[in-house]
Design a protein around this ligand. Structure first.
Ligand code: ZN
Length: 137
């Protein structure tokens, strides 16, 4: 499921998937020059989502989360690693808390690489509501 439209304004996508009463939040942030998202965050109350997303990931015992990285060569030749983090939760974060996690995670992943930080490509704003915006750093 995606709500991503054309253009850079769609750099941050946060949506909720409903599966029975268990809920999943999915967000992508940090659009790179090759249109990949630097970070994808999946937080879910549904263990099945974790099991499916984490197939093939290195894990020990009960799988409650995982991360996957992938290397991309940008048009300017720089190598960048994108990251997908999947984790189970027993209490889903609010949409605002989820966006803040996603935003700061994006900065952390960008800071560890030789790339220009793409996390503000959408303006770096948390969109709580159309008329009520909060700025993050
Ligand atoms: Zn920021």
């Amino acid at each position: 499921v995606t709500t991503r439209g054309g253009g850079r304004a769609a750099g941050l996508v946060a949506l909720i998937l409903l599966a029975g009463c268990a809920t999943t939040r999915v967000g992508r942030l940090g659009t790179l020059p090759d249109d990949q998202a630097l970070v994808t965050l999946v937080v879910t109350e549904d263990r099945q989502v974790v099991l499916e997303e984490c197939q093939g990931a290195l894990a020990f015992g009960r799988v409650l989360g995982c991360q996957k990285t992938q290397g991309h060569r940008l048009p300017d030749g720089v190598l960048v690693r994108t990251m997908k983090i999947v984790r189970y939760t027993d209490a889903l974060p609010s949409p605002l808390a989820f966006e803040i996690d996603l935003h700061e995670l994006c900065h952390a992943i960008a800071a560890l690489q030789a790339i220009e930080d793409p996390c503000h490509s959408d303006g770096g704003l948390v969109r709580e509501a159309a008329s009520n915006r909060r700025s993050l750093r």
